[in-house]
Every structure is written in structure tokens, then in C-alpha cells.
Design a protein around this ligand. Sequence first.
Ligand code: PBG
Length: 321
Amino acid sequence: MFRTRRLRKTEGIRRLVRETKLSVDDFIYPLFIEEGENIETEIVSMPGIKRFSLDTISKELDEVVSLNIPAVLLFGIPSEKDDEGTETWNDNGIMQQAIRFIKKNYPSLYVITDVCFCEYTSHGHCGIIHDNDVDNDATLVNIAKQVISHAKAGVDMVAPSGMMDGTIDMIRQSLDNSGYPNLPIMAYSVKYASAFYGPFRDAADSAPTFGDRRTYQMDPSNRDEGMSEAAFDDQEGADILMVKPALSYLDIIRDLKNNFDRPIACYNVSGEYAMVKAAAEKGWIDGEKVMMESLLSMKRAGADIIITYFAKEAARLLLKQ
Ligand code: PBG
């Protein structure tokens, strides 16, 4: 008889044959940074996650660094919004200030910026609106301005999340022509129009005021299309390819891992975090175990990098092991 249970008998042998291991090196921790002073607002649907202003964020950054988390992903929440999101390329905007602040005070921390418009536009869409829809090519021009402004502030990597066609090509060329040929791009390549972003839109104040994002984000029904999205970004020069959300899209993570030789990232999004937190709070699941199992599944599916609100908690557990 085949006895597969022989290698499951004790923790010692289980450790030896374990195929996938999580590490703090896998994590990127998202941060919400709001323009203003003295802000430390708990996000109700994301227990443990807060919006900070720059004068209150140091203890959060101290913790991230002391847990040895390698990188943060910044989201800016500006005090002023307009039709185009012009604040995104203000060299003194909240994102630019945050980049300078972190790079000055925490030089070892790798700083990535989410490049988008939805937190900065009065209508909450990820670009310029013409005829009730986002105008792809007009938006690309503004993406270039935003990225150059982040680059000037000293960002380590940019992560465009708006799902406009031609984004990576536009960003790569702009960076190269402006003296930033070594600044890498992590592309939100396969990003679905997902209901799992709900809590984030409260956190970042970025829900669209009309319509939805289905004319630019992907249809959750589609798998092959994910491969072509990733292929375009790969050809256009993306350094890292991302799948988002993560848990309901593990098949897509594996597709990318099998077909591209670039590092693959996934985004364990706000709704995934909220579900675990809510069920754990009710005592219906063991929150820590479900968290670790979920993160492990993403890695097993093929993610080299996991962007997760659980980064601090998971790092704490991994340090104890
Ligand atoms: C901005 C952006 C979103 C998320 C990351 N970048 C929201 C959206 O597309 O509506 C979602 C992250 C999360 O849910 O944790 N475009």
C-alpha cells in the first residue's frame, strides 16, 4: 500500500518535507496617508488598519521596520479633489511629501507608490472622464506626469493600478526619457472589477460617484484574457506582474507563474482581509490560522510577493517560529 501518512507523522518530518514556506521577505504592507494633521483614523471595516497623517505615522513605520518588512505601498488621500486629479502630480502633494518623509527617516524601507487617480478625482474614477467613461489616452498623459513627480520625490518603484491600456509603455518611456531608467514598475496587470475592494474604497475615499469600473477592470469570468493582459505589460517593460485580488484568483496567479519569467505579485485585498477579521471577531474561525493559510495558499499558487494588510501580524507570527 502507498502510505503517504509516513511523512506526516511528526512535526520534524513535516518540516523536512514542507514545500512552501512563508517569509517576511514576501510581504509588502499598504499604508493610507492622508493630507492634514493629527490624523489617526481607524477604518471600521478593516480592524487594525488606519489612515495616518505624516505627523502621526512614525510609530507605524517604526513597527514595519522593526518587523523587518521590506516594503510599503503608499496610497495618498488628498485634501483637494478635482475632475482630473491634478493633485497627483503636485510635487508637494501628499504622496510626494510621504515619499520624501519615509526615504529621509527610514532609508532602508523600500517605497512603492500606487499610481492611480481614483482617490484624487471628484468622480472617483481612475482617469479623465469623457462621455461618461474614462478616456484612456488622455489619462495616459496624466499618468506620466504623476509618475515623474513620484520619481522626483525619490520613490523606489511605481505600481500603476488604473488598468488603462498602454500604461506600462507610457510610464517606461517617460521614466527613461526623464533620467530614471533604473526605476522599476510593478504592474497591476490582471486586476479584476471586484466586489472585494469594498472596504478599501472607504479607506481611501475612492468609490466612483457614478457607474462602476467594469469598462477598465477585468471581468471576473475571464482567465485567458488575464494572460494577454500580463503579456502586454511584460512586453511593454513591466518588471513585476501582479494579480488582484488574490484569494479568488489563485488560478490566475498560477497561470502567470507558469508563463512568465518575471516575479509575480498578488494583492490580498481589503475585502479578503475584512472577511477574515469579521469571522474571527465572531469566533467562527481561528483568525491567525486562516490568515496564515490564506497567505500560504497565495505563495503556493505562485506568488513571489504578497501585498497584504496582514503583513505586520503575519511577520510577528513568523518571527516567533
Ligand atoms: C486604486 C486601487 C484600488 C485598490 C488598490 N488600488 C481600488 C479600486 O480599484 O477600486 C484596492 C485595494 C484593496 O481593496 O485592498 N485603483
